[in-house]
Ligand binder design. Structure first.
Ligand code: ADP
Ligand code: MG
Length: 297
């Protein structure tokens, strides 16, 4: 393509909220035959809400949430925001404050840890509990399976190394997710979902959006490894994601697309930024690139 054609395409993209960082990004996009999608915040709306809480110990709900919110208030993760929002609602006063959290640690793709008052608090997925040396009771595992089959993410809460509760969070798929995926199929582009979330929820969401190839419980490095593996098999791979946890994969991909109001880290790592949270823009970006580069051949 001529520099002028690239400039025109870049301009057309920008006018639709698709920011293409240079000619190379635009050129690579026309060869893409495989797209790896993150789940949370990419295929789903990314504004999860707490829909259920199951306490395994005799605790006052409000107190339970004070501890959890104190820990999660330090995290940028959409799940953390949902939990903090929910905790706020349990208090009638406007400016309720949680206890101070100390020694806060956030482990991307796993969860958070902090000291709150006298307790050590761990909030996150099953593997985070296991790697933290916490035994998961049968009852908790049963609740987990139950919630995951409903496409909800079940988050475990441990206090002083004991699972005390499970928070279920629901994050619906984006309204146009299905259409975008089936449109890509018609363009001979294969879609794959890679998520840090658990298998149960991932499969349930995959069914809703029409993606059959799914990789769940993937750590951020594993998302990148999957991208590289697909590249080795001869594919030109795009990665679409929104979070810090997606950055390694965004960098590894032939084309990294950061979606919506993603984190700064993701936006920086990406080649193309989709300003609106719209999945149709993935289609538009590839289409724009194909129109620019196939024409001249
Ligand atoms: P995704 O790939 O779907 O965007 P992440 O990789 O960000 O998901 O997270 C994977 C899983 O790790 C989440 O589903 C959740 O169980 C757990 N997790 C991550 N961050 C947090 C957090 N701040 N609080 C609780 N759980 C978390
Ligand atoms: Mg995400």
């Amino acid at each position: 393509a001529t520099p002028t054609a690239v400039m025109v395409a870049t301009g057309v993209g920008a006018s639709q909220g698709i920011l293409i960082k240079g000619g190379q990004a635009l050129e690579s996009a026309h060869k893409v035959d495989c797209i790896v999608f993150d789940k949370t915040g990419t295929l789903t709306i990314g504004k999860p809400v707490v829909v259920n809480t199951r306490l395994l110990k005799n605790m006052v709900l409000r107190e339970f949430y004070d501890y959890v919110a104190a820990a999660e208030d330090n995290s940028e993760h959409p799940l953390a925001k949902a939990i903090v929002e929910h905790a706020k609602k349990l208090h009638s006063e406007e400016n309720h404050i949680w206890p101070e959290a100390r020694d806060f640690i956030s482990v991307p793709g796993h969860g958070v840890k902090a000291k709150v008052n006298d307790k050590s608090v761990i909030v996150g997925n099953k593997s985070f509990m296991l790697s933290s040396g916490i035994d998961i009771p049968m009852e908790a595992l049963e609740i987990l399976t139950e919630e995951e089959e409903k496409a909800q993410t079940a988050i475990m809460v441990a206090m002083d190394q004991e699972v005390v509760g499970i928070i279920s969070v629901s994050d619906p798929i984006k309204p146009n997710a299905n259409e975008a995926i089936s449109y890509l199929k018609s363009m001979n582009v294969e879609s794959i979902m890679v998520t840090g979330d658990n298998w149960g929820t991932a499969n349930a969401i995959g069914k809703e959006v029409g993606i059959e190839k799914i990789i769940a419980e993937a750590k951020p490095e594993q998302k990148a490894e999957k991208v590289k593996e697909l590249q080795l098999s001869g594919k030109t791979v795009a990665m679409v994601g929104d979070g810090i946890n997606d950055s390694p994969a965004l960098v590894s991909a032939d084309v990294g697309l950061a979606i919506g109001a993603g984190t700064d880290v993701a936006i920086e790592a990406a080649d193309i930024v989709l300003m609106k949270s719209n999945l149709e823009d993935v289609v538009t970006a590839i289409d724009l690139s194909r129109k620019t580069f196939f024409r001249i051949r």
